[in-house]
Design a protein around this ligand. Structure first.
Ligand SMILES: [Fe+2]
Ligand SMILES: [Fe+2]
Length: 318
């Protein structure tokens, strides 16, 4: 199996409701399908009833003058919306990978995937209002065609614990991204959206971290192996996820410069400059170091150099 992408804009519609679980045909070999067929819509609805919904966002309160002054920020939001919208590719891979763990499969399909897709819908709805000239749908189609090549089961971690550690990195990346946007943005509705999403991402991190510990109790991996996975995934997030989304948003915005790599480089340079200034480094370091479970005495000796290495990888210096 190479690709798992489901480019289905209809089922990802802007309604604020997750794609109906009952529409997915049950597959007895698949943990997610077992969960879906045992207690279909009611459990998912109950579990999500306390979570925020798209309708909670007051899009009428958008300050258009503030929103439209910064196209770099809009490009970041558009890029994030696409990565979030493509979350179902990852869910399918992860559910397949953890097919013998019904607790993980249950949480991925009932909570994680609906929340990630909702993030995509909220950001897309915002972009649709403040940046109407940007062809989101066409750009997303080209993005997901490209992005699905990176999202394959074969790319997942070599052991269940290491994949959970890698998931902690991805959630650290999103939680800190939204914190940086919240810090930087002045437009109130965008700030409200990224605050809600950022809180969800921290919650996702906590779940993946708990599952990491569950598997680590069995696998008892040494810190070197875990650190190698963490650093490897930081590089992948930058090289694959972010770079892929930025490239497609750039092409969507400037089709006439689609093949101009130096212009793309300078455009993404503006994005990284914004992040460097507003990136919550202490938050990132704390989250990334958690899976290493360092004793307090070792933290300054290992934690600080590792955090510096992460910083260099993130900004493309390693
Ligand atoms: Fe998300
Ligand atoms: Fe997340």
């Amino acid at each position: 199996m190479k690709k798992n992408a489901r480019v289905d804009l209809e089922t990802r519609g802007d309604s604020g409701i997750a794609p109906a679980v009952a529409e997915v045909p049950p597959d007895p070999a698949n943990a997610a399908s077992r969960i879906r067929s045992s207690s279909p819509i009611q459990a998912a609805t109950t579990a999500r009833s306390t979570h925020w919904q798209i309708r909670d966002i007051d899009f009428d309160a958008i300050d258009f003058a503030a929103a439209r002054t910064d196209e770099t920020l809009l490009a970041i939001v558009a890029s994030a919306s696409m990565i979030e919208f493509a979350s179902d590719i990852y869910t399918a891979n992860l559910v397949q990978y953890y097919s013998t763990d019904s607790e993980v499969g249950d949480w991925l399909t009932r909570h994680w995937e609906p929340e990630e897709l909702q993030h995509g819908r909220a950001l897309r709805a915002y972009i649709g209002r403040v940046w109407p000239s940007f062809d989101w749908e066409r750009t997303f189609k080209s993005f997901v065609e490209d992005y699905s090549n990176y999202c394959v089961v074969e790319e997942l971690g070599p052991t269940p614990a290491l994949e959970m550690a890698a998931r902690c990195v991805v959630e650290t990346g999103t939680a800190t991204l939204y914190r940086a946007i919240h810090e930087y943005a002045r437009e109130p509705v965008l700030r409200d959206i990224v605050r809600r999403i950022g809180e969800d991402e921290v919650g996702h991190f906590k779940h993946f971290y708990r599952y990491f510990k569950k598997y680590q109790d069995r696998e008892k991996l040494n810190r070197y192996k875990i650190a190698k996975t963490l650093l490897g995934r930081v590089a992948e997030v930058r090289r694959d996820d972010a770079a892929c989304a930025f490239r497609h948003v750039f092409t969507g915005r400037f089709p006439e410069f689609a093949d101009d790599s130096s212009r793309l480089q300078s455009w993404t340079g503006d994005i990284y400059r914004m992040f460097k200034q507003h990136y919550p480094y202490p938050m990132a370091a704390k989250m990334l170091l958690a899976p290493l479970d360092l004793p307090p005495k070792l933290k300054p000796w290992i934690g600080t150099p590792l955090a510096c290495t992460v910083r260099l990888i993130m900004w493309g210096r390693l």
